[in-house]
Design a protein around this ligand. Structure first.
Ligand code: PMV
Length: 329
């Protein structure tokens, strides 16, 4: 006996400013994008993922999120977000899966409950990190972390150990961003660990983290003023600070350099070590060409998108449609 399908989706994201430093409670600004992961679930006699037996030991997000599911399930995922690329694929998967599962059980989840589930899955899978990705993928649009702004709406506050992240809503600006994917997959956990080891042994590294925090606060103001020149300059500065922390790589630097002549600024986005960069520009075609010419895959980002949501039930059995891009975290 198999049950009916329940399908949810969640968007990927990119970070305008503040990745890595946000792990230490510093500010960050992050925006959801028009690339989503869709996850369908139904009760089943077996446990399958995209038609094959699921090995929960190799799928920590599934293992965590199904910890209270004591029956077989079929899971089907379909992703437009390149995995391991700094675009929040694992947080988006976690948010979509958690939402689909709660609906399958006839439940209802608030955004806050969904963030706790998605962040819990991220921590279970990678051991450390901030609730930034989970917040952006659940809420959509734009979110700011630890930015004092009396005019913005508080979404939630999450604490872990001596760190606290106050998450607020950001009006997504009407600016053009181009993403460039190096094609190199770099999981988040090792990059976060690298920065942690560096900050533990060097005061200098902690100063760099503090400076990323200051740059992000300045950038948030520039964003509000629609001041693309200042924001772009701060993004490029942030890229240099992230490079000092050791999370850039030759391929990312190459794409950032290629984009800069046609951009207000450019930087890596997400955990780095590969994955994607982002440029702020009003010449998106030229930036796309420059990124392609250096071997990257460009794409012009649409922002202001909805967060995690239920989708209409697929008319076909999603298992009959072989997923094109199955996210491997
Ligand atoms: O590479 P992504 O999409 O997982 O983004 C990671 C962002 C970090 O700030 C590096 C880590 C975190 O948990 O905030």
């Amino acid at each position: 006996m198999t049950g009916e399908w329940f399908t949810a989706s969640a968007p990927g994201k990119f970070v305008i400013l503040g990745e890595h430093a946000v792990v230490y409670g510093k500010p960050a600004v992050v925006v959801a994008v028009d690339r989503r992961i869709t996850c369908s679930v139904r009760r089943s006699r077996k446990n399958t993922l995209n038609g094959e037996h699921i090995d929960f030991n190799k799928q920590p997000h599934f293992r965590y999120l199904t910890r209270d599911t004591h029956y077989g399930m079929d899971y089907v995922t379909n992703s437009q977000i390149p995995p391991g690329s700094g675009m929040g694929s694992s947080a988006a998967l976690s948010a979509a899966l958690a939402l689909a599962l709660s609906n399958e059980r006839g439940g209802y989840m608030t955004e806050r409950e969904l963030v706790d589930e998605a962040y819990g899955a991220e921590l279970y899978a990678q051991g450390s990190g901030s609730p930034m990705d989970a917040s952006a993928c659940v809420h959509g649009k734009g979110v700011a972390i630890n930015i004092p702004d009396a005019g913005s709406k508080e979404l939630w506050t999450i604490s872990r150990g001596d760190r606290t992240w106050r998450v607020t809503d950001v009006d997504v600006p009407d600016m053009t961003f181009v993403i460039g994917n190096t094609g190199i997959k770099a999981p988040t956990g090792p990059q976060v660990d690298k920065v942690r080891r560096y900050t533990e042994k060097s005061h200098f590294a902690m100063d760099v983290v503090d400076e990323i925090g200051s740059v992000t606060l300045e950038g948030y103001d520039a964003l509000h003023r629609n001041d693309v020149e200042t924001l772009g300059r701060l993004m490029t500065h942030d890229h240099k600070l992230l490079s000092i922390l050791g999370v850039s790589c030759n391929e990312l630097n190459k794409l950032v350099r290629a984009a800069l002549p046609y951009s207000y600024g450019a930087k890596l986005t997400g955990s780095g070590g590969g994955g994607c960069m982002v440029a702020l520009t009003d010449e998106p075609e030229k930036v796309c060409e420059a990124i392609s010419a250096r071997g990257g895959t460009p794409y012009v980002v649409q922002t202001g998108v909805e967060g995690a949501r239920m989708e209409l039930q697929p008319s076909n059995d999603p298992l009959l449609e072989i997923p094109m891009d199955y996210p491997r975290m």
